[in-house]
Design a protein. Structure first.
Lengths: 440, 184
């Protein structure tokens, strides 16, 4: 049965329509619209409905393909590509501004924060030395790396301070020693390599020692940062002299020596402000227990490394010889610090003894790391030998002269320093003997 | 190429003549404003025109056109909702067929009987309104309505039947279940 009113109502509704002129005008407008292509039609659609997004993807197959590509690259490629990136590389900002800050957040405890900051600082030095090796270390990059290094060392200091505040001074010292040793060792190896490069260039009448100079700059960078966390002033003067000597011995490039000395003076200032952090703390009983432990472990490192050096066959290249020479120098330094520490310990000056034992540990660790580098350098040299007989010849011919030159330059300063320390130690022991005689 | 375009224009004009009034009606009943309804109608057919020009195939032109209009109306409601703070309630697709407010002037020139039907339909539960309207006023099949509302034809049939029951109660119309809807 049909309801008449319902039919009438529907008829009424159906009478709603556009006027003829409205219809014609609208048709004309629509047909006049330019035919938009897929890309511009997107704008006309409501861009935020799931429908339109879905249909857009459905229409544009390449979108699906490129999205998949982005996901694949994002998950694996970028991360691994960035890990090895050097300054100037496209992925370097990804590494230092995205991936590393993520790890900043992930390092929760003060201890992991400190080790992580140390790792970052080591990475910067590594990057700088790689660039120096490739002759790609320009001033802008150097400045950038310096700023980053400063940030890392400051964060490292803060983390260390936190560990100290939490009462675990021993652990803080341990981390700081490891950091100093790692950077210090790297600096010394770089210096030796730079020196070797320089002397070989002089021998071959190449007046420009470019990459060698750059390497010594990186070395001083590493050193200054290691010093900035070190609490001993004697080693600062030593480094200052060493840097000046090594840079001063270059025949050309005033700017190099200027920037290097700038770095050194910066480091001096920084150390002056941050020194004696450790000495302020009083040595507790726990501290003396730690002292014994440190001394034992340092002794062990010294013995091990000395033994390994003796066991290793005579240096096959001048470079390795020089690196081993540096190792021995560091071992001497460590032994000297141990003797000093024993002196102070005997006189009951625990604080002083503690500082000396840390220096001893640092020097011993540096020796260990440098020795490892030396072993590596032999490998790489022997590999080079098979490829390039010329370079082998060069190494052999330079062996004696290069060794002399390193002795003359920074080596001599350190030797002098060590001798002075030895003298002081002897004087002290003489004095002690006198004292004991008086007491008798 | 131009011959092809002429062909497309011919198809478009046929569809326009056939459905423009229905779309205009569909819009004006829901937005209660002649100008907005005109805008929405034009937008609907502009999109149809663009689709045809891009060579998009369409098997069901009528439901396709209604689908565009339906979505445009939903978008229009969303935009309007976004600016009016008094109606903060969430808008889902079913809820956009708003009842014309009591005081609001229905800006539609319509005979009283038609106005009564629109008001009755607008009083239906939100999920029934469009199914009933599209079935009885525009004469679309449950399958076509399902395409527009993105639900199955069976669900549309259920909604039409229940909506019709409600419409009978509200309006007092004696409409048979087997009501054949005349549609031109």
């Amino acid at each position: 049965m049909k309801d008449i009113r319902f039919n009438k109502a529907i008829q009424d509704l159906k009478n709603i329509r556009m006027t003829g002129s409205e219809k014609q005008a609208m048709l004309a407008r629509i047909v006049a619209t330019p035919v938009a292509h897929a890309s511009s039609v997107q704008k006309a659609r409501s861009s935020w409905t799931l429908y339109s997004f879905g249909s857009w993807i459905g229409q544009e197959r390449w979108v699906v393909a490129s999205l998949a590509l982005i996901v694949i690259i994002g998950s694996s490629g970028v991360a691994s590509a960035a890990a090895a990136a050097l300054p100037g590389n496209t992925f370097y900002p990804v590494k230092v501004d995205i991936i590393e800050p993520i790890q900043d957040v992930l390092a929760m405890s003060a201890e992991s924060q400190a080790t992580w900051q140390a790792t970052k600082a080591e990475r910067r030095i590594q990057e700088a030395s790689t660039l120096a090796l490739q002759d790609k270390l320009d001033e802008a990059t150097q400045a950038d790396i310096e700023i980053r290094l400063d940030t890392h060392t400051k964060a490292f200091d803060r983390a260390l301070e936190k560990i100290r505040e939490s009462g675990d001074e021993d652990r803080a010292d341990e981390i700081s020693v490891a950091f100093q040793a790692s950077l210090g060792a790297r600096a010394q190896v770089l210096e030796v390599v730079a020196d070797d490069d320089r002397s070989s260039r002089i021998k071959e009448n190449h007046s420009d020692g470019y990459s060698g100079d750059k390497r010594s700059i990186v070395a001083s960078l590493a050193r200054s940062r290691a010093e900035s966390v070190r609490g001993s002033r004697s080693s600062v003067t030593e480094v200052f002299v060493a840097t000046m000597m090594s840079v001063g011995s270059t025949p050309t490039s005033n700017d190099v020596s200027r920037s290097a000395s700038k770095v050194s003076s910066e480091s001096t200032q920084r150390v002056a402000s941050s020194s004696f952090v450790r000495s302020k703390k009083s040595a507790s009983r726990k501290g003396s227990a730690a002292y014994v432990r440190r001394k034992t472990s340092t002794d062990k490192i010294i013995t091990d490394v000395s033994k390994s050096i003796l066991e290793t066959e005579v240096a096959s290249s001048s470079l390795q010889g020089k690196i081993f020479d540096t190792t021995i120098r560091n071992l001497d330094e460590a032994r000297m610090y141990i003797r000093d520490a024993e002196d102070y310990q005997d006189r009951g000056e625990d604080d002083e003894a503690r500082i000396r034992i840390f220096e001893a540990e640092r020097a011993a660790k540096e020796a260990e790391l440098i020795f490892k580098e030396g072993l590596k350098s032999r490998k790489s040299t022997s590999r080079d030998d098979t490829k390039k007989p010329v370079s082998k010849r060069r190494f052999e011919s330079l062996s004696s002269s290069a060794l002399n030159s390193i002795e003359k330059s920074e080596g001599s300063s350190i030797r002098k320093h060590i001798d002075q320390e030895k003298d002081r130690g002897e004087r002290r022991s003489v004095k002690r003997e006198k004292d004991s005689r008086k007491e008798d | 190429m131009s011959q092809n375009k002429n062909g497309i224009q011919q198809i478009f004009e046929t569809l326009y003549q056939e459905y423009s009034d229905a779309i205009f009606r569909f819009c004006i009943v829901r937005v209660s404003d002649r100008e907005i309804a005109l805008d929405l109608t034009q937008e609907t057919f502009t999109r149809l025109w663009q689709s045809l020009c891009r060579g998009q195939e369409m098997t069901h032109a009528r439901s396709f056109i209604f689908t565009i209009a339906h979505r445009l109306i939903i978008d229009w409601y969303r935009k309007r909702k976004a600016v009016s703070l008094e109606s903060m309630s969430a808008v889902d697709d079913e809820d956009v067929y708003e009842p014309p407010q009591e005081n609001a002037k229905m800006n539609i020139e319509m005979e009283s009987e038609g106005r009564f039907l629109v008001q009755s339909i607008s009083k239906l539960s939100s999920s029934y309104r469009q199914s009933v309207y599209l079935r009885y006023v525009e004469g679309l099949s449950p399958g076509e309505i399902g395409e527009i509302l993105n639900i199955s034809a069976n669900a549309v049939s259920v909604r039409i039947n229940r909506g019709l029951d409600e419409l009978r109660r509200i309006s007092g119309y004696a409409i048979g279940d087997d009501e054949s809807v005349s549609h031109t």
